[in-house]
Design a protein around this ligand. Sequence first.
Ligand code: GLY
Length: 601
Amino acid sequence: MTLRQLLPSCVLTLFLVTPGAAQQAADAVAPEDDTGVSTFDDLTDAAANAFALKEAGEPVVSDNWMVAAANPLAVEAGADVLANGGTAADAMVAVQAVLGLVEPQSSGLGGGAFLVWYDATTGEMTTLDGRETAPLAATPTLFQDENGERLAFFDAVVGGLSVGTPGTPKLMEDAHRRWGRSNWADLLAPAIALAEDGFTVSPRMANSIASDAERLQRFPATAAYFFPEGTALAAGDTLQNPDYADTLRQIATRGTDAFYTGAIAEDIIATIRNAEGNPGVLSTLDLALYDVIERDPVCVVYRAYEVCGMGPPSSGALTVGQILGIVNNFNLDDPADPETWRLIGDASRLAFADRGRYMADTDFVPMPTQGLVDPLYLEERAGLIEGDRTDGFVALPEVAPGNPEWDHAQLWGDDVSIEFPSTSHISIVDSYGNALSMTTTIENGFGSRLFVRGFLLNNELTDFSFATHNDGYPIANRIEPGKRPRSSMAPTIVTQDGQPVLVIGSPGGSRIIGYVAKTIIAHLDWGMDVQQAIAMPHLVNRFGTYDVEEGTDAADFEAPLAELGYEVSVRSLNSGLHAISIGNTLQGGADPRREGIAIGE
Ligand code: GLY
């Protein structure tokens, strides 16, 4: 085998070249078919060239606290809170409020989020579901035309139909109420100041705008903000957002009631219902009824660790957990050996097959949640990929969902929904030893493209299956009133002997699952520090092509993986991993593929 060793190359790898930059920018908005092939083709050269990937460096090391997220202004706001004795929940509020301003294409008040919390005082793990909900007026055929045909993806996304009740404001408030120590209004002050004084538009934000120019200009309020006087905002421009400052000020004073009821709520609903060409059905009642739900964490044993994350309606922890639970039955010593990637790739395919059939909002559909991560079930699934390449064992020719144990028999059809790589991830450890992992989204880049009161509204409802049945069987992730769409977001906290050792998560649509699993394996099995593990080139299989990262050593696996029987796609893989490892010191890492940083003290 002539492949260079991945381990030493991971920090030297070719992150300074940008052959994948066009795809990377396109990922913010690109439609993909079920095999993961992008069909977005109107990206400008200027947008493509402005992405300069940073070289992976050393992790940031500190003793007391650490925060890592997708934009330096947001991380600085969180760091100030932590330096002044705030908790990780306090810092999250400050970080999220600033992200909604400076990275509006990825997350914000108009979106939803999942949060995993490790409490140093009790040793307990809690997960909070701040996912968007389907309107009470929604029907399973929301995204079908009068002939029962599924709408084209962007016909569903752009406008009011795709908007679910936002959960992020309430999640911020709920987390602060449970675990905060700082004054609520003070936590929103940095974002209010930046919105009033103006902030510098980042290259990533500018490129996202340039690559989505047509859709962003369909609605007057959105066009006016992102295209002042008809020209796209450019990197380096100073941008003010007084409406956002006003919204945050009202939330600072009156809590999120100011968002979910009253004038702001009425404006949100009017914007959705009056969206020209594609009005939605969300109502003020949907907003008024919204609540964050505390759910049981989903945990799996991996090596000497426990990997815990967000259960349904996210498929994140279950699918990451299935991958890890399956490869836990094998030795993965050598990241340069294609056999290692056969095991990870086929474990991923098996996990995604189960995801497509079983995973959805458990408040609406019965699900074998524990059965899916039962070690005996995963050992049985691992048996399908056992083998020795010297005996000619290759990639599984066919992959089907398994039959996990559950106490409620139900036949489901396989799911056909699509997800996109926008979204953002925040990892925080505070000086009290609490750890927070939160993945936050408005779904597609710029969500529904509807802009109201200084923020964008999500298009999260397109994470539901557009079809209601497959082969006559109902699809678990079909739309129902009040239901939460299945997610891939995988905010994760890894523990050893009950103590947190790694806080991690990523954006990336359904590739989130592969990014998080790979980075956990790289850190725990291959001994990479968090920065190396994050920067290590990606190889991801979502039950379609085996995607290997363009412009990196991962592309060397193209031929060996093809020989094993995979269809291989060499492409940009636009993760946004932010992680903190916890040992004698805290070590923070930020994904060189995006603009984030880690700060610690
Ligand atoms: N909309 C991205 C996700 O929830 O996975």
